[in-house]
Design a protein around this ligand. Structure first.
Ligand code: SF4
Length: 320
């Protein structure tokens, strides 16, 4: 389970899955990285390296098979404690993680991939293009965008990434961002004769289908005016694209700014998701075998239930 608000899609159980943890800073949005702070708390435990290496990119082979144990449909934030497309993660490990996601039994779940390394994600997913339209409708891809520069750099690459649903997470939003030219309303198209044989047209028609926005939290939080969120909300509404407002700070608070989760903005809580591709979206077939060993690191000691629960509590915090 995770408490991340935008993962809590109606009809599914919210989840985070971390076969890889750790990362390195890339841009302004990384300055107060939540995952790094949490990794420090977990240093030397649960497979996290000792400080000062707690945030090194690390493989958790024991986590690879976790999705096979989920019976009911989940919405899964993949690698909430790092960046799945970090350059230190070997291609072979990306293949293995992907194999778990596209395994027939796991296609009832929706996996959300969010990265700042849009180039690497685009390159990797494009390399699996032949199987995508039938087997990967349940894998949504997104980039983090903190300002206009990051949007201009990452979104065009995101749009070249084959996917059923693409999204942008503006967290932490650091100022006004103009997304208008990239927003695109999701539309279903038939790909077979049956009532469930429909998918979306995003494989051929690029665009952003969902926008998440949030202010920064934590002691070094950088303030941003509510109008920056209003602007994003208005852009989404004009384009018919769902908008999710995770949190904003009340900077006029008499003592100190107070961060409010799922706030009202102009009288409404903005908690919208794109609709999911159809039930029969993923077809049959696909991988029948999955490799269980990550190349980046060997097997870890098995953790106890108590240790697992404590770790999940921490990893279930805000996204990065
Ligand atoms: S996890 Fe995300 S925010 Fe943290 S350093 Fe990596 S890319 Fe930056």
């Amino acid at each position: 389970m995770t408490k991340i608000e935008w993962v809590a899609r109606p009809g599914t159980t919210p989840e985070s899955w971390n076969p890889i943890t750790g990362c390195s800073k890339l841009s302004e949005g990384c300055r107060n990285c939540y995952a790094e702070r949490m990794a420090l708390r977990l240093a030397g435990r649960f497979g996290y390296p000792e400080a000062p290496h707690h945030f090194d990119v690390t493989g958790h082979t024991d986590k690879l098979a976790v999705p096979f144990g989920w019976r009911t449909p989940r919405t899964v934030f993949v690698c909430s404690m790092g960046d799945l497309f970090h350059e230190r993660i070997p291609w072979s490990d990306l293949q293995r993680i992907f194999d778990v996601m596209v395994y027939e039994k796991n296609r009832k779940h929706t996996f959300l991939l969010l990265t700042k390394r849009a180039d690497r994600m685009q390159e990797f997913i494009s390399s699996r293009l032949p199987e995508l339209p039938r087997h990967c409708q349940h894998i949504w891809v997104g980039v983090s965008v903190e300002n206009q520069q990051a949007a201009d750099e990452r979104i065009p690459t995101l749009l070249r990434t084959p996917a059923a649903v693409r999204f942008v997470s503006c967290e932490p939003l650091l100022g006004e961002v103009d997304l208008q030219e990239w927003l695109y309303e999701w539309r279903p198209v038939a790909w077979g004769p049956g009532p469930d044989d429909w998918a979306c047209d995003a494989f051929e028609n690029g665009g952003i289908h969902w926008v998440i926005a949030s202010c920064e939290s934590g002691p070094s939080r950088r303030p941003v005016h509510a109008d920056a969120f209003r602007s994003l909300r208005d852009q989404c509404q004009d384009a018919g694209v769902p908008f999710f407002l995770k949190q904003i700070a009340m900077d006029n608070h008499p003592c100190r700014p107070k961060v409010v989760k799922l706030p009202e903005l102009d009288g409404k809580v903005w908690q919208e998701w794109p609709s999911s591709p159809g039930k029969g979206r993923c077809g049959e077939g696909g991988p029948t075998r999955v490799a269980w060993q990550l190349d980046i690191l060997g097997d870890k000691e098995k953790e106890t239930d108590g240790q697992r629960k404590e770790k999940e509590k921490v990893e279930g915090g805000p996204p990065v």
